[in-house]
Structures are given as structure tokens and as C-alpha cells.
Design a protein around this ligand. Structure first.
Ligand code: ZN
Length: 444
């Protein structure tokens, strides 16, 4: 039974359609009816020759009983309807701390030491930390939803200073509060070390984090004394817990630091059965073209997804390098060429690791166009369809059978969307309108 209809939706192809939704899944996509066109005749762009994939007239489904409640109708007034963005790599536990935690050097080391100094303070209070993290993370989630994001994978720091798994517990609380609006995946980002005798505490904290609500094993092998062994420990932990893995992999311009290759080797060797994501992969971006191609083939063979995070790496990398400064992005084209699933994410949001950011996947897509030299359409795919694939979520979009995590924008092209010239956004989750954002300008 059709429960929701989106009328006058513009597709990137230029077709104007009505979309029928049943239980959060698209039941039919039909050419917009003359009646629905009349509603907003002035706002309707010229439609190209329609070749809509679908099929069943939405309101007249044979399965609809006569006494069924009327479907909810949203007139999209010719707005562009797209697969909603997903955020595959965030740190909402750290969001909005930039005004209280300094990064004295502007780079990754400065961000880490500023963060640790703050939480090693004698005045630290775990309850206060929990409530503060819930408050800031909730603000980040609401910002993301209003910008069209319906799924977030967030890392949460684990095992540092006196915090233990406080950040995981806080994000689990946020996940519960927003459960009808957002899929929130929590990655246990375990602080070094997890290796050997000195890593016993870290391994125990990782276990606690998974019990406290984290659903993915994280970590940063590059920051460990023995990165290769750290990868083994983290894959072991994920195997035991039956979870996916998402590692901060080589967030450095040092071409020698290639734990990505070791991750590929170990994942293949043990035929690791769950999803594996390598986030950042900055050091891949500084290899020669032939090395990029060779390593990308290894990544493809291992079935590892790469998550590129342009804004934070543009911010952190190449500090002080005033001539020919590299951009800090991974080798996106080589990875795509090899058949790797590449997703684009926002990473840090106004914290010591990235002082700016708007919690907006359209901003990430825009950076992938400007700094990553992707087409606007490819860039939007990286922050939406590919991001969902990286997170293991079912496909969403305007096609029959797809999930209805959708974003309607008052632009006429994907290029316009990535350019950010948007004054109206409507976010749909499982076919339900969950957020509406309008910006208005008054000229005097
Ligand atoms: Zn990160």
C-alpha cells in the first residue's frame, strides 16, 4: 500500500516525476501528472524526453484496500531529488570544541596534543564529559540532518586519559535519541597502544567500547610503535566481535608509511569476512602514478573501501610547506580506476583537527570537485551512494525498490547542488520528511 507520494520531483536527467513510496521503499516512479504540474507550473523546469523506469500508477495500486488511509503527499515543486548524502567518517564526539581546545601547530600532532592536554586535566569530570559530549554530538547530528544527511559513521575516542569509553556511551545515547531520523554507526577509535604488554589496557578498553555500544573496530596503526602488529590486533578484535573495521590509515605525507598495503595483505590472508574501510590514505596520494595504480589494485583485491576526507587533510597536511604544497588527498582516480569503492566524508567539525566545517556533505562534494578534481556528479556519488556502500547500507535513490533516504534541493542540476547554491532542502528518511531547511535573504 502506497503511504507517501512525492510529486513534481526533478531528476538529474531533467525528467519531472511523481514518486510513490511504500514502507520506506520506492514502489513506483511515474511521469509527473498534469494535475501535479499545475500546482507549481512556474517552478517546473523543462523536462527532457521522459524515460522513467517505472510503472505502477502510485495511487492506484491494485493492492491498496478501499478503506486505506490516504497517502501523505509532498509537493516538491520541481526541486531536484537525489539519494540523500551519508557521512561515512565523522568525529561527532569532538565536534564544536575548537574554541576551547587549541591546536598550537595546526597539524595532526598539534591537534592530538591539544586534545590530550585538555582531557588529562586534573579537573576532568566523567559525568560532565558525558553530558558535554552528548550536547555537542547532538548539535552535530541536527546540523547534519538539516543539511540532508540520514546516516553517519562516527569514530569515538576510546581509552585516553580518564575518559575510558565515555565518548562511546555518549554517542550511544545520541544514537538512541535520533533513532527515527538517523542511522548512527559508532567506531571505537582506540588510542595507542594496543600492541604487546603495554597494549593490554588498550585491548581491554576496546572490548569495553564494543560492550558499551560501539559497533565497529577502529584505530590508527600509523600512530603505534608497531603498526603491522596493531593491524593484527585490531583485525583479531573485530573477528572475535564479528564487526567491521574502519582504520585511520596513513594520515601522513610520508611516502614510506604505507600501512594500507599491510592492511590489504592481512585482510586477504585471513579472508576477513566483514567490511573493511581505510580512512584517509594520504600517503597513497604521494606515491608515483605507477605505485598508486599497483597499490590500488591490491586494495581492490582485498575488497577494502577507501574513505577520503578532503577538508581535514587540506587543513592538517603540508603545514609550513609554502611551495608546491600537496593537497593531502588520497589517489582518488587510481582507486576508482582499480574498481575500489571510494567514499567522501567530512571528518572533523570545528575542533582542533579542523577549525572549520559545516556538517554538510555538499561542502565535502564541493571540495572533491575543487581539490580532488572530480566531476560534480562523481563527487556527489562519493558522498551519497558510495558513502552508503562503504557503510554497508542498502542502496537509496529514486529507483523502484530503493530505500527512500532522499534529499530534495531547489536547484536544477547536481552541479548546482555541489556548488552549494541551495536555499531550500528537504530531508527524507524512510520516506518520511524529517527536516526542512530554508534560507532567505532580505535585500535592503
Ligand atoms: Zn578521522
Amino acid at each position: 500500500m502506497v503511504d507517501t507520494i512525492l510529486t513534481n520531483a526533478l531528476l538529474p536527467s531533467g525528467q519531472l516525476v511523481d514518486v510513490a513510496i511504500t514502507d520506506g521503499v520506492i514502489a513506483a516512479v511515474t511521469h509527473a501528472t498534469p494535475a501535479s504540474r499545475e500546482v507549481e507550473a512556474g517552478a517546473v523546469p523543462t523536462a527532457a524526453t521522459p524515460t522513467v523506469s517505472a510503472t505502477v500508477p502510485p495511487a492506484e495500486s491494485a493492492t491498496t484496500p478501499p478503506d486505506a488511509p490516504a497517502p501523505t503527499i509532498h509537493d516538491l515543486q520541481g526541486d531536484l531529488l537525489l539519494c540523500a548524502p551519508a557521512e561515512p567518517h565523522a568525529h561527532i564526539d569532538k565536534a564544536f570544541t575548537a574554541d576551547v581546545i587549541a591546536n598550537s601547530t595546526g597539524d595532526l600532532a598539534g591537534a592530538i596534543s591539544g586534545w590530550q592536554d585538555h582531557y588529562f586535566s586534573a579537573a576532568y569530570d566523567q559525568q560532565e564529559d558525558f553530558h558535554d559530549t552528548v550536547r555537542r554530538a547532538s548539535k552535530a547530528v541536527e546540523l547534519a540532518i538539516s543539511n540532508g544527511i540520514t546516516s553517519i559513521r562516527s569514530h569515538a575516542n576510546v581509552g585516553e586519559a580518564n575518559r575510558s569509553v565515555t565518548a562511546v556511551k555518549a554517542l550511544a545515547e545520541v544514537r538512541h535519541r535520533y533513532r527515527d531520523k538517523l542511522d548512527l554507526q559508532i567506531v571505537a577509535l582506540i588510542a595507542p597502544s594496543v600492541v604487546g604488554r603495554q597494549g593490554a589496557y588498550g585491548r581491554q578498553q576496546l572490548k569495553l567500547a564494543l560492550e558499551a555500544g560501539a559497533d565497529i573496530v577502529g584505530g590508527a596503526p600509523m600512530l603505534e610503535e608497531d603498526p603491522n602488529q596493531a593491524i593484527t590486533v585490531l583485525l583479531d578484535a573485530a573477528t572475535d566481535a564479528g564487526t567491521a573495521v574502519d582504520l585511520h590509515t596513513d594520515e601522513t605525507l610520508d611516502a614510506e608509511m604505507l600501512t594500507l598495503l599491510e592492511l590489504c595483505r592481512q585482510v586477504k590472508e585471513r579472508a576477513f569476512p566483514h567490511l573493511v574501510a581505510a580512512s584517509h590514505c594520504v600517503s597513497l596520494g604521494v606515491q608515483s602514478a605507477s605505485e598508486q595504480a599497483r597499490i590500488s589494485r591490491e586494495v581492490a583485491e582485498a575488497g577494502i573501501t577507501v574513505i577520503t576526507l578532503p577538508q581535514t587533510n587540506l587543513f592538517l597536511q603540508a603545514r609550513g610547506q609554502t611551495t608546491l604544497a600537496p593537497r593531502g588527498l588520497t589517489a582518488i582516480d587510481a582507486l576508482l580506476e582499480a574498481g575500489v569503492t571510494v567514499a567522501g566524508g567530512g571528518d572533523n567539525l570545528q575542533d582542533p583537527f579542523n577549525l572549520v566545517g559545516r556538517g554538510d556533505a555538499l561542502e565535502t562534494a564541493s571540495l572533491l570537485v575543487a581539490a580532488g578534481h572530480q566531476s560534480p556528479e562523481a563527487a556527489y556519488d562519493l558522498v551519497s551512494k558510495c558513502a552508503r556502500a562503504a557503510m554497508g547500507l542498502p542502496a537509496a535513490g529514486v529507483e523502484v525498490g530503493m530505500q527512500t533516504d532522499l534529499l530534495a534541493l531547489d536547484v536544477s542540476s547536481v552541479r548546482g547542488a555541489t556548488a552549494g547554491a541551495v536555499t531550500r532542502r528537504r530531508t527524507f528518511k524512510d520516506g518520511r520528511l524529517i527536516a526542512e531547511l530554508h534560507t532567505e535573504t532580505a535585500l535592503y
